[in-house]
Write a protein that binds this ligand. Sequence first.
Ligand code: SF4
Ligand code: ZN
Length: 464
Amino acid sequence: MDEEIPVDVGLIYEGERIRKSNMYVDLAGPKSKGAELLLVVPKDEVEDGKVEVIGPDVDEMEEGGRYPLGIFVKVAGDKLEEDLEGVFERKLHYFCNYIQGFMHLNSRDIIWCRISKDSAKKGLKLYHVGKALIKLYKTEFDVIEKIQITFYTDDKAVDEHIARAREVYEKRDARASALKDEDVDVFYSCLLCQSFAPTHVCAITPSRSGGCGAVTWFEGRAAVKVDPNGPITEIPKGEVIDPIKGEFSGINEFVKEKSNGAIERVYLHSIFDYPHTSCGCFEAIAFYIPEVDGIGIVHRDFQGVTPFGIPFSTMAGQVGGGVQSQGFLGISIAYLRSPKFLQADGGWNRIVWMPSQLKERVREAIPEEMYEKIATELEASDLESLKDWLKQKQHPVLERLDEEAEEEAAEEETREQEAQPVATLPELTLPAQGMPIAGAPTEFTITFKNAKIYAEKVIIRRKG
Ligand code: SF4
Ligand code: ZN
């Protein structure tokens, strides 16, 4: 144990979950608010080793309480560049979880932290969490020369921090979306989440950031430079197998190797057939709604239920773990802004439902003509009301549904026509004249018993 920190810190605590019964306080999370942000700044703006807590620290919090939380890390170093921010910021998740009795979930402005009763009793405060994080960052990354951490628990200060963090996230995501998959020869992969989803390999391309939203292509490139043996590595692009679905031989080969053969093919831009695997820390889920042949999106912050009647958490439980789930895909919010967003499935024309808060958040990414046609929880809380809304708004999926219905009806008719026997007879005996069969006597009879006779054409002629 470190003299400065009253609990243990180490990799063995990574998988530790703090259940509600053992919770001292909840910080940020779906019923409160928070954000984490790491910035690379000039050296003179960092007081190395400093930890500050603006608002009450754990010892001033009520047991069983819930508080907002902002985490703000500033780092400086000669070799650091802005592109590393997302990758270092993502490390907060892993490093926080090394601290005994401190749990960190998710990323960016959807973080959720918890402190256990046992650790609070030992005296663990946010101040110590900060000290532990500083040590972990400095040990793992030589390039970080100076680091300072501020925690916010004061309501107003957290609000300001969230606003600042969101501005930075937007800037990072916008930068990434200016570049496309076809503009580069190399992609990146992140294996950080294999610690809990062993077959999950994030393929990070200009048009698709990692599921957690924290690692864009630019950040992947920067990470490889400073930490070549780290969890983020290059993936050679290889051949373009399908530019619309986003299938590349380089990604397929890499994913197959790193998933130990469990995953053989990946489509970057589709939720069907070979969708990208989902780990568990994705910011949102895209899900297929067969009843309307459309796709819904739900994000982690949404407290209500999807038109399926289940909330995000239930769906996330079914989707995650590093498997390919047909019709379900864990995605980052940034991917909603990608010009290639689910392009193989129809892109925004296929989106039928999303929470109002998310719709507003990515408003500028949604084509204008589609914005009014996409239902939210306010217009459609179940499949029936969703169908009504889509009809009322003349949503493009209706055409698909009509086309499909027509095709099905036509097929059905053909099948029926094909399948209709022209005669069902208990017994029929025919003289087989005119059927030349080699070696057979010239005149014989064929008897059908209980036969159904299918024919393309039946000609009935009056005799004589
Ligand atoms: Fe890395 Fe993907 Fe996990 Fe994000 S979701 S930490 S990019 S593996
Ligand atoms: Zn993950």
